[in-house]
Design a protein around this ligand. Structure first.
Ligand code: HEM
Length: 443
């Protein structure tokens, strides 16, 4: 809608909502992750409501119409710089934090690193790293989450940087975790020992790790993502500077690493709880090709695709995204003041009863052709977001997750104690509070 055709938003009512506690608002809930996996706001106030947290006005957005309107952002009023208040100091100038023409330009360049030709090239190091990583896993009882997190980190460093980070692996891994977790810190100044300070230190470590490696990647002709970013060029000759490459690499490593880890963990959990789905996917993998999957084979893992989708619905790896209103605007008839932050509840969307029958039930078949519950509304299912910021790595992510599960299912049978239910920590991206104790039986 053109600006001069916009309704007078100042005449519109503010959405319903609550301030929370005196002074701190709902900051404590925010820092503990309790504002994420909940329908609290939706049930109390409907699809659009307000609250205060970490010193700002927040508009909670849930339900397909409201989430779709914000992410589609037809009037260009919701800036992705909303992310800056959460992760800006750690992931500044990552693609997701850019807006407008600048975002468009950077996305066009980055797209060159995600063509299907490039993706097919990444698959071989992805497969090799998974094979050697899994070969070192013990059988018996173990905590799945730290193992798979290490494996996806190895995949990222090998595929993204053609690098074996060996001794530095633990430090780099810690730096990632610290930067991601700092997003939901309650104390948001770098006082030593705080989550925020650890995030800042993590960012510095990652910069120091990447910068000295740029020259070699610009000169070489590697088929890793780092090289792809160094060489990416649009038809009109636009390229990334060295600083762009560092900023994008840090963001991409984070964006790829924890999301895949979370998805794989959720899938392993549900496979262990629902052996019939585990057997179905294993049979499909064994019938297709023993050993690593090839690029053409990925589309044939039909049941695994259903399980991945259901896992991302039940425990959405990115449970919410944020935006900031760049002027007074409206959402579903309510006023959204300039400067307000918006929390778009993707987890909530994926658990709404009006969209998903028995939303808490693990039922991958709901995504099968004969049901397609995700099609009940255009914006019912958005684990990768929507609009101009829709995940650029969604095919990479799907490829990695399926390649890993394809190999894992061929090697091991997974089980958990009967009655086990995975407790989820929603601070930053979802992960099991107990590391997901699981038993692996060699096949
Ligand atoms: C299961 C895996 C993944 C999930 C669920 C996921 C989810 C998301 C979501 C929800 C967004 C939108 C954020 C917003 O609207 O503000 C996003 C953006 C993004 N993701 Fe992913 N992601 C995954 C894997 C990856 C991978 C593997 C990469 C890179 C290799 C990646 C790179 C990015 C980038 C660069 C953006 C920003 C895009 C832009 O702003 O134009 N993601 N992702």
């Amino acid at each position: 809608m053109a600006i001069d055709q916009q309704p007078d938003v100042r005449a519109m009512p503010m959405p319903p909502g609550e301030r929370g506690l005196p002074f701190v608002g709902n900051s404590l809930k925010f820092a503990s992750g309790k504002m994420v996996a909940t329908h609290e706001w939706y049930e109390k106030y409907g699809p659009v409501s307000w609250t205060r947290a970490v010193g700002n006005l927040w508009i909670n957005v849930e339900g397909p119409d409201a989430c779709g309107a914000v992410l589609q952002d037809r009037d260009r009023v919701f800036d992705a710089s909303g992310w800056s208040v959460l992760i800006g100091p750690f992931f500044h100038r990552g693609l997701m934090l850019l807006d407008g023409a600048e975002h468009h330009r950077h996305r066009r360049i980055m797209q060159e690193a995600f063509t299907s030709e490039r993706l097919a090239g990444y698959l071989s190091p992805v497969n090799d790293t998974i094979a050697s990583g899994l070969a070192a896993w013990p059988t018996g009882s173990l905590h799945f989450y730290p193992r798979i997190k290490q494996l996806t980190l190895d995949v990222a460093t090998r595929t993204f940087m053609a690098d074996k980070i060996g001794r530095e692996s633990q430090r780099v891994n810690r730096a990632f975790s610290d930067t991601v977790r700092a997003a939901t810190a309650f104390v948001r100044v770098p006082i030593p020992g705080t989550r925020w300070a650890r995030g800042i230190a993590g960012r510095r470590l990652l910069e120091d790790y990447l910068r000295p490696r740029i020259a070699a990647h610009r000169e070489g002709d590697g088929n890793d993502l780092f090289s792809a970013l160094c060489h990416a060029q649009t038809d009109d000759g636009e390229r990334f500077t060295d600083e762009d490459v560092v900023n994008h690499m840090i963001f991409l490593l984070m964006a790829a690493h924890d999301t895949s880890t979370s998805t794989l963990t959720t899938m392993a959990y549900y496979f262990a709880r629902f052996p019939e789905w585990q057997e179905r996917c294993r049979a499909e993998s064994l019938a297709l090709s023993p050993g690593p999957i090839d690029y053409a084979g990925l589309d044939k893992l039909v049941s695994l695709d259903l399980v991945m989708k259901e896992a991302m619905r039940l425990i959405s790896p990115v449970p919410g995204v944020t935006r900031r209103a760049n002027r007074d605007t409206e959402l579903l008839g309510y006023r959204v003041p300039k400067g307000a932050y918006l929390a778009v509840h993707l987890w909530g969307l994926h658990h709404l009863e009006e969209l998903w029958p028995e939303p808490e039930r693990f039922d991958p078949e709901r995504f099968a052709e004969h049901r397609r519950e995700d099609k009940v509304h255009r914006f019912a299912y958005m684990p990768f977001g929507n609009g101009v910021h829709k995940c650029i790595g969604m095919y990479f992510g799907g490829m990695e997750v399926k390649a890993a599960m394809h190999q894992l299912l061929q090697r091991y049978r997974l089980s958990v104690d009967p009655g086990y239910r995975m407790p989820v920590d929603w601070v930053s991206l979802p992960r099991p509070k107990d590391g997901l104790p699981i038993t692996l039986h060699r096949l």
